[in-house]
Design a protein around this ligand. Structure first.
Ligand code: ATP
Length: 202
C-alpha cells in the first residue's frame, strides 16, 4: 500500500487544514529550524496508532492539539488523515474492499482519540494492524527521525532484530500470537471452572 496524501488539521503547528501529496519513492522533508518537519513525521506516526505521548514529544496526548499563539487561540481538536492507495489490494480483509483507504484519527481535548477508516468507526488495534501488516506503522523504520541512524548503529542485537521484523511485516503476527495466547489462557481458566462445577454436581 502506498501513502498518497497526508491531511492535517489542528495538529501541533499545523493549525489550518493542510494537504500534502506524497509522491512515489523516497520522501525527504526540508525546511528551516522549527518549521514543523518533525511534527509532520509525528502526524504520520500518530495516525498509524502511536499511543505513547512521549513519542510525540508531549506530556499527554492532548498536547498534539494546536496550543495557540499570541495571535491565534488554541484549537479544541486535532485531526490527521492518511490516504492509502490500495489498488493492489494488500490491506487486511476487513478493509480490502476498495482501491483507496482514508484512515483518520481525531482527538478532542479531554475525550481521547477516535479512528475512522473510510468514514466508518474503527478500533485503534485494527488501524495498528492495518499498518503492521503493510510493513509499516508508528514504529516503522521507514520513518527516519533525527538521531535514529546513530541509535541504530549503537543498538543491541535484539533491538536491531525488531527493526528487521518491522521491515519484514511480521510484527503484526507477534501481536496476534500474544492475543491468541491470552485467549487460550482465558479458555483454560474457564475449563478449570467447568471441571469444578462438574465435580460439585457429581
Ligand atoms: P528542527 O529543524 O529544529 O528540528 P522542525 O522543523 O523539526 O525543527 P518541529 O519540531 O516539527 O520543527 O516544530 C516545532 C514547532 O512546532 C515549534 O515552533 C513549536 O512551538 C510548534 N509546536 C509543537 N507543538 C505544538 C502545539 N501543540 N501547538 C502549537 N505549536 C506547536
Amino acid at each position: 500500500m502506498r501513502f498518497s496524501k497526508l491531511r492535517l488539521n489542528g495538529f501541533k503547528s499545523f493549525v489550518d487544514p493542510t494537504d500534502l501529496s506524497i509522491s512515489r519513492g523516497l520522501t525527504g522533508v526540508v525546511g528551516p529550524n522549527g518549521c514543523g518537519k518533525s511534527n509532520l513525521l509525528e502526524a504520520l506516526r500518530w495516525v498509524m496508532g502511536e499511543s505513547r505521548a512521549r513519542a510525540m514529544r508531549g506530556a499527554g496526548m492532548d498536547d498534539v492539539i494546536f496550543a495557540g499563539t499570541t495571535r491565534r487561540p488554541a484549537r479544541s481538536f486535532a485531526e490527521v488523515t492518511l490516504v492509502l492507495d490500495n489498488a493492489q489490494r494488500l490491506a487486511p480483509a476487513m478493509f480490502n474492499t476498495v482501491d483507496q483507504l482514508e484512515v483518520t484519527r481525531r482527538i478532542t481535548r479531554d475525550s481521547g482519540s477516535s479512528y475512522k477508516v473510510n468514514d466508518r468507526d474503527a478500533r485503534a488495534r485494527d488501524v495498528q494492524m492495518l499498518f503492521a501488516d503493510a510493513s509499516t506503522g508508528a514504529q516503522s523504520p521507514a520513518l527516519v527521525r533525527q538521531g535514529q541512524i546513530a541509535e541504530l548503529i549503537g543498538a543491541k542485537p535484539k533491538a536491531r532484530r525488531r527493526v528487521l521484523e518491522e521491515a519484514a511485516g511480521i510484527s503484526g503476527l507477534y501481536q496476534r500470537r500474544h492475543e491468541a495466547e491470552l485467549k487460550l489462557k482465558a479458555a483454560e481458566a474457564n475449563l478449570l471452572r467447568v471441571d469444578d462445577v462438574i465435580e460439585q454436581l457429581a
